[in-house]
Design a protein. Structure first.
Lengths: 547, 1017
């Protein structure tokens, strides 16, 4: 009897247990429900979404390693690094034009995801904000949606600059249509421009100096107009379509005339903390210290590009902790010597020579290249726009160093130069306002004004003014001069060994210590490749010729 | 048959002459088994005078001189011992009866036991006798070489490191460790078990045997049974002691200072200018010492007809071979097993393991600049151990002047610093050791509580509650130093507390019924499992004081970098399972298993949460067939059985959490600052996973064919298994079409095939007082990826700052080495000539080819046991053949590191060089990813040579002891290998095994001189 009671209760327990499948529901921690969040989003919620959008944008096309890549692949900058071999991140391939679709820049992930992925991640994030948050009359919400329009347009524009015809992500893809084909540039540019013009209408118009710091560098009407001009000019010149170049003129001109922006007097102050939220920056990455949480809002671009203390003694003004990547090329140094001259203020804002370095103040007697050491991919000039000024660093101690200096994405000098170019291409600068804009940039650099405008003037002024600002590669592609300026890409390697014994002459080794392995220009570089993983994931995506 | 024997014996007894004499007489006769076959090697011993004995010859005949009123024992393994009074007879023929107990040997299977003779699957059974007297401190190590197809993989030989078990090779792109069940409790590892407390280990190798564990059985199942008290009213108290001295068994030949400088010069580095011409430091000499390990076990066991009790307590202390006390493990383990038959129909019991341990370990396998083992092998030999404080080199003085905090030894001497410029990221091995103090303290309870009910004959209902609970406390303190501008480490302290709780409740019933020649078995049950883990972690960078007694989080000073972390995790599974078996006349057996498993929503979408795993197996014992009689006689075959099994297993462990869904994640690091100073806004964004609700567990399908044979009165046993296992639906993360905004999606893709043959042979024999046994096993392994997880190849392990070297790709073994092939050397320049496999005159990634693999072609092991009078001797060895390893100690961006001497001494040095193996030393990265750095890592190790002596019973009984045995043992003493690195047996073993073929500096398995003592009362 007792036994049967025990068995019966055991059986019952078993059935009881088998009925409690609810135990199998295990909600995820640290996650928010997808649909209801947008559906019921308050302004505060929407701010969290747009904050993430900015973050994704700045860690995508504007991220330091992506920027490094496009600097290095251009003719202005070489890979650098501790040793010639120290380029596991394939910068050497970029320098020597031996890239493959499996390289991280196309394939990823180097920092969690590739450039291609981060562009679409940003567009997706913005599409969700625009499509999923219900329409309201709330001005704050409208502003956030306009910021989303701005960021998705700028992201797709960056994608087009790199690949020309990447897939068009004007909507949220579903499992039905997710295998998107290559986009049509003509359709995409119109979408980009209409997004930017709509954003420009809604976003606030604020003077750069004084007010932009209040909003922490959020997108403004001016930023949308500047990118409108930039995108239209790029498309018009890339595809030889004057109609689009014309479209660039009015928005750029309205920025110039708005008096909300100006050039900072001394170009040497750019890229330093002292020019954070200055009158010249139209759109910038806010690298301010972030209060209690102290999350670094900067990437470590100064670390990548500063003096490598293994090879050279570092003056007191700088933190002696750099990796030595992205050194100015011989071609650029020669160009700038010709164009600006070594004593020019802008020359010194862009390049720092070994002589200058030796004249700086040091902690002790030691200075110069360390005994037995040499500096790879280097001819005695450093990139002065990305130095690790000790006074600019975060107050954090620790092993990695970040600069508080904001990173300008588009500045007034570029708007002036774009305007000059648009005027010249569209109407031969019929009213001379293009030349005036160009001369404004020249005057700031203490150069005499020019009396006539030529395309070569524009090309040279852009090269000098926008050095190491991630423009050169896209310029030489759209101007169709890449094959000429990169004819001998990667064939020569320079190593810098300091002064020749007992002289002030630079001791430069050519193709000895390290040897260039590049084969020069290849026509396939007119259009960069899609990553091989993307082609696998999306069979409808067609690879570019030659890759 | 047994009845016949009994009659025969009675007749024999009746035929005895009825007179007696006290004088010695000569007795002879023949010993046969019940089938009339003569038995060779039977010991015939005079009772009371064991010195007087004889052994039967090939015809089963013996001859012995004994007093006519004495008694003779006829002893032979596998047969019941017979005692026969001589009673003056001169001819005594004996028929030995097979020992029913032995033949009825049972094997533990999932949720039940089975007669070994009825087994239809491939189950390796390792008994107590195979495990006892092993000097290893880990139960896993004790399994090495004992069963074919069961490979023990050591990622490290450090104290407290946990070897992993691979059954029938690697079959997945993810971790492939088997499911381990101890006394019915699912456990995370079995290293906590003291080998002494294990009664048996069963390895379920084929899919049908494992299928009863369904979704977790895909990598095989290991069932461990701990001891219950032995059947003895008297009880037994025992104490075992072991002490071992350990040292490195195999040191690599590194370059000495002179060779090093010449080597560096040849590859274009001017190391000579940094050398004083005298210093020549061989770092392993400084960093290695003799390690000490001890083990004490004290225990008791006893039983009566109602209860069994086994209690043991083991202490292990192990200070490894790295100089200093940074590689230490201390562990206290208690095992308490008890059961009690309360009613005729009710037995209750509990088995518990209590473990308290402390672990300190040194860094290894992390790339050369981040580990002690790495720096010991690459630090420049031209750097001294320490400097003379009164005579510091200029550059060291300068460092001190500029405020560097240079690490010093206990006497205040500054440790040597690499003066070569790039050396700044590579530190002195002693700095690598001392830069961090970390310790993990752990407490764990693992156990079961069960009740067996037997309401009717043949039916056993079991209700079993299994539990694991424990906590661990980890503290890691980084010392501050500044060796150079780059070589900086801040003080930091990280404290982590972890709590874990797991319980499982299982109810199942076993039913057995025999009707005439039919035997029916049935089992059905239900299981519920839940785990809960919690952790809390704090990190600080400033303490109120850095003295040792302040290194606790309570003494942290508020600082913006202070960080906390912690989250709890729950996991639930639910399962139904059942088994049906039928056998007829001990000749034909068939068995079917079925399991249905559900996993919670952390792994599987609710629409897809149930998995179903069926299997079937059959057996045919040929030797029980009438028609086999003549064959049996001719071949002296006593037993032969065919087995075949087929089944489906799952592997849910390969799945990550919530891989099927996309969610919004709120995170501070994803936010942005919309003001000029504070006010960073938390960011909310999708996780980036393209949802795939259809994703499911990995599935393997395995066919196994086996043959068991025993010959010559059970002395020779041969077992052969052939298997073919296809693992499908590997879980892989792949690129999502990026235009969707997602970056990754998880899919089931890819297929891996493993097949192989396993042989086990054993021979045992007694010759008089001398008994011996020899057993050996060998398992071949063919592994191939049949379908990749994506188009093309998936890159695995990357040589630091160079390229990926292992790949997962269709048509090749799992994570094979894909390298540049060195075709030759230019005699003039010494330059490497790489094979240009695609013929485009450019040597790039496309020219790399399959070069080798980390998985052996076959593994093998053998054991020889011998006993003579009180002496016993064990020799056992194990090996792996056909395995390659890339010596990967050099970073691409640190070409000034030291390396193996042969890269210079056996390299091209000038155009006149001949007979070299390596090209001219070069700093080119490709060489690090080429066949030049790959070596054959096949090895054979004599794992143990042990000699023991048990004092005779009459002596130990005088000192009131039951047994007293002493032994000495040489463990891991001899290694045969061509591999030039530290230890071919250990290797980088990442979570996904993708670094299996890469050597980045693992802690070697030390050789040990062991002394031990076992006593019982």
């Amino acid at each position: 009897m007792k036994k049967s009671i025990i068995f019966a209760s055991l059986l019952l327990l078993t059935f009881y247990l088998s009925s409690c499948t609810k135990e199998l529901n295990n909600p995820r921690k640290g996650a928010t429900d997808f649909d209801s969040f947008y559906e019921n989003a308050t302004v505060e919620d929407a701010e969290k979404l747009i904050a993430a959008s900015y973050n994704i944008y700045f860690s995508g096309p504007e991220e330091v390693q992506v920027q490094n890549f496009f600097e290095i692949i251009s003719d202005d900058i070489t890979c650098g690094g501790g040793k010639y071999a120290d380029n596991a991140n394939r910068y050497r391939n970029a320098d020597e034009l031996t890239c493959q679709p499996s390289d991280w820049i196309f394939h990823g992930p180097r920092r969690g995801y590739s450039l291609y992925q981060s562009i679409y991640k940003c567009i997706y994030q913005c599409n969700l904000i625009i499509d999923k948050i219900p329409e309201t009359d709330d001005t704050e919400m409208k502003r956030i949606k306009a910021e989303a329009m701005f960021l998705r347009a700028v992201s797709l524009f960056e994608g087009m600059r790199v690949w020309h015809d990447p897939p068009f992500a004007d909507h949220i893809y579903t499992s039905e249509d997710m295998l998107a084909p290559n986009g049509d540039p003509a359709v995409m540019i119109d979408w980009i421009l209409s997004n930017l013009s709509e954003a420009a209408n809604i976003l606030p118009s604020v003077p750069a100096k004084g007010q932009q710091s209040v909003i922490g560098g959020r997108a403004t009407s001016g930023a949308a107009l500047a990118f409108y001009g930039k995108a239209a000019l790029w498309y018009g010149t890339q595809y030889n379509n004057v109609e689009y170049v014309k479209k660039a003129i009015d928005p750029l001109n309205s920025i110039i005339k708005s008096n909300l922006y100006d050039l900072v007097p001394n170009p040497q102050d750019l890229f330093r903390v002292k020019t954070d939220f200055c009158e010249e920056y139209i759109f910038e990455r806010n690298c301010a210290e972030t209060g209690s949480d102290k999350t670094m809002q900067n990437d470590n671009r100064q670390t990548w590009r500063s003096f490598q203390a293994d090879n050279v003694y570092v003056p007191k003004a700088f933190k002696g902790y750099g990796w030595g990547f992205c050194n100015p090329s011989v071609e650029f140094i020669e160009f700038l010597k010709q164009h600006d001259g070594e004593d020019n203020i802008r020359f010194q804002a862009k390049l720092m020579s070994y002589d200058q370095l030796m004249d700086m103040e040091y902690a002790d007697q030691n200075k110069g290249i360390k005994p037995g050491a040499y500096y790879t991919n280097h001819v005695g000039y450093w990139n002065a726009t990305a130095l690790m000024w000790d006074e600019d660093l975060y107050t954090e101690t620790g092993n990695n160093f970040y600069s508080r200096a904001n990173n300008p994405i588009i500045r007034f000098a570029e708007v002036l130069l774009m305007y000059a170019e648009a005027q010249f291409v569209a109407n031969g600068d019929s009213d001379g306002s293009g030349l005036a804009a160009l001369n404004r940039v020249r005057q700031r650099s203490q150069h005499p004004t020019l009396s006539t405008l030529t395309l070569q003037n524009i090309i040279d002024e852009r090269r000098a003014e926008l050095f190491s600002e991630n423009e050169r590669w896209f310029d030489i592609i759209r101007w169709k001069i890449a094959d000429k300026v990169l004819e001998n890409a990667g064939k020569k390697r320079y190593s810098f060994l300091g002064y020749k014994e007992g002289t002030k002459e630079y001791n430069i080794d050519v193709n000895g210590i390290s040897k260039g392995e590049g084969n020069g220009w290849d026509d396939k570089y007119w259009q960069l490749p899609f990553g091989d993983n993307e082609l696998q994931a999306n069979p409808n995506l067609k690879q570019h010729t030659g890759w | 048959m047994k009845k016949n024997v009994r009659i025969l014996c009675t007749l024999l007894l009746l035929a005895m002459p009825l007179f007696a004499d006290a004088q010695n007489i000569s007795v002879n006769g023949t010993v046969k088994d019940v089938h009339g076959v003569p038995v060779t090697g039977v010991s015939v011993v005079q009772v009371g005078n064991t010195a007087n004995s004889a052994v039967t010859d090939l015809d089963g005949k013996y001859d012995i001189s004994v007093p006519e009123n004495s008694t003779l024992d006829f002893i032979f393994l596998g047969f019941r011992t017979q005692s026969i009074a001589v009673s003056g007879r001169q001819v005594i023929d004996v028929v030995l009866e097979e020992d029913a107990v032995l033949l009825e040997e049972t094997v533990v299977i999932g949720y039940g036991i089975q007669k070994k003779s009825d087994l239809t699957g491939s189950v390796a059974s390792i008994k107590e006798s195979d495990l006892s007297n092993r000097s290893s401190v880990s139960a896993v190590e004790a399994l090495q070489g004992k069963a074919a197809g069961v490979q023990i993989v050591n990622a490290s030989g450090a104290p407290g490191s946990e070897p992993s078990i691979q059954i029938r090779g690697y079959s997945s792109n993810s971790s492939t460790t088997p499911l381990i069940i101890v006394d019915g409790l699912k456990v995370d590892n079995m290293n906590y078990l003291d080998p002494e407390s294990i009664s048996s280990v069963e390895v379920l190798k084929d899919a049908a045997s494992a299928a009863i564990y369904g979704i977790e059985a895909g990598n095989g199942v290991i069932l461990v049974t701990t001891k219950s008290g032995k059947n003895s009213e008297k009880g037994r108290v025992f104490y075992n002691f072991m002490s071992s001295t350990q040292s490195a068994s195999h040191l690599p030949k590194l370059m000495d200072a002179k060779t090093y400088v010449e080597y560096q010069e040849l590859q274009g580095n001017n190391s000579r200018s940094f050398w004083d011409g005298k210093t020549d430091t061989y770092w392993p000499d400084y960093m290695l010492e003799k390690g000490q390990a001890i083990r004490h076990t004290v225990g008791l066991e006893g039983s009566n007809e109602k209860s069994n009790l086994y209690i043991s307590l083991t202490y292990i202390g192990n200070n490894g071979i790295i100089a200093g006390d940074k590689d230490v493990m201390k562990r206290l383990t208690g095992q308490i097993n008890a059961d009690y038959k309360i009613k005729k129909w009710l037995t209750v019991g509990t088995n518990n393991s209590i473990q308290k341990s402390m672990l300190r370990s040194v860094s290894e396998m992390q790339g050369i600049n981040a580990s002690l083992l790495g720096s010991m092998l690459v630090f420049d030999p031209i750097v001294p151990w320490t400097y003379d404080n009164n005579n510091l080199p200029e550059f060291v003085k300068k460092k001190l002047d500029s405020g560097m905090e240079l690490p010093r030894d206990a006497d205040g001497n500054i440790y040597g610093i690499s003066s070569q410029n790039i050396g700044s990221l590579i530190y002195h091995p002693a700095v690598m050791r001392d830069r961090n103090d970390s310790q993990t303290d752990m407490f764990n309870l693992r156990g079961i509580l069960y009740a067996n009910l037997t309401p009717v004959k043949g039916l056993v209902i079991t209700s079993r509650l299994g539990y694991r609970a424990g906590y661990s406390q980890q503290s890691s303190y980084n010392h501050a130093y500044r060796i150079s501008d780059i070589g900086v480490q801040d003080m930091s302290l990280v404290g982590t507390s972890r709590n874990n709780l797991f319980y499982q409740w299982e109810n199942f019933a076993n039913y057995n019924k025999s009707i005439k020649k039919h035997n029916l078995q049935a089992m059905a049950g239900f299981s519920f499992q839940k785990s809960h883990n919690d952790y809390t972690q704090g990190t600080t960078y400033v303490l109120t004081d850095n003295a040792e007694n302040y290194r606790y989080l309570s003494y942290a000073t508020n600082d913006s970098r202070m960080a906390v972390a912690g989250v709890s995790t729950d996991r639930v599974t639910m399962s139904y399972f059942g088994r049906l078996g039928w056998s007829y006349d001990n000749r034909y057996m068939i068995q079917g298993n079925f399991r249905a498993d559900a996993y919670d929503t952390s792994k599987l979408d609710p629409s897809n949460r149930w998995g179903y795993f069926p299997s079937v197996s059959v057996g045919w014992t040929l030797t029980n067939e009438q028609f086999m009689k003549s064959v049996k006689d001719a071949l002296k075959l006593t037993f032969m059985k065919f087995r075949a099994s087929y089944g489906v297993n799952g592997n849910v462990n390969a799945m990550g959490d919530y891989q099927y869904s996309d969610v919004l994640v709120a995170s501070n690091s994803n936010g942005y600052n919309f003001t000029d100073y504070t006010g960073r806004i938390v960011g909310v964004s999708p996780s980036g996973v393209l949802p795939n609700p259809k994703i499911k567990w990995e599935t393997s399908v395995q066919l196994d064919l086996g043959l068991d044979m025993r010959f010559l009165n059970e002395r020779l046993a041969i077992s052969i298994d052939w298997y073919n296992k296809n693992t499908n639906d590997l879980i892989t993360s792949t690129t999502a079409p990026a235009n969707t905004g997602s970056t990754t999606t998880y899919i089931n893709a890819g297929k891996v095939n493993n097949h192989g043959t396993e042989f086990e042979v054993s021979w045992k024999e007694n010759v008089g007082d001398f008994s011996y046994s020899v057993s050996g096993n060998l398992a071949t392994l063919h592994n191939k990826v049949l379908e990749g997880t994506q188009v093309g190849r998936v890159a695995g392990y990357t040589v630091h700052t160079a390229e990926a070297v292992t790949y997962f790709e269709a048509g090749y073994p799992l994570w094979y080495l894909r390298l540049y092939e060195v075709q030759g050397v230019d005699q003039e320049t010494g330059a490497v000539i790489y094979a240009d496999h695609n013929g485009d005159n450019i040597i790039n990634d496309e020219d790399r080819i399959y070069a080798g693999k980390g998985m052996p072609d076959f593994t093998y092991g053998f054991t020889i046991n011998m006993a003579y009078k009180g002496f016993d001797f064990t020799l056992y060895g194990t090996g792996a053949q056909g395995v390659d390893r890339l010596y990967s100690m050099t970073r691409a961006d640190n070409t000034t590191g030291n390396t193996l001497a042969e890269f210079y001494t056996d390299a091209w040095q000038n155009p006149q060089s001949t007979g070299y193996r390596h090209p001219k030393p070069t700093t080119d990265t490709k060489i690090l990813c080429s066949t030049d750095r790959m070596f054959d890592a096949s090895f054979f190790k004599i794992k143990q040579i042990q000699l023991g002596y048990s004092l005779p019973k009459n002596i130990v009984s005088k000192i009131k002891m039951g047994d007293l045995r002493i032994y000495v043992s040489l463990d891991d003493w001899i290694t045969f290998t061509k591999y030039p690195g530290l230890d071919p047996e250990v290797g980088l073993y990442g979570s996904a095994t993708n670094g299996l073929a890469v050597d980045t500096g693992s802690y070697p398995i030390s050789k040990k001189l062991v002394f031990g003592l076992n006593v019982s009362f």
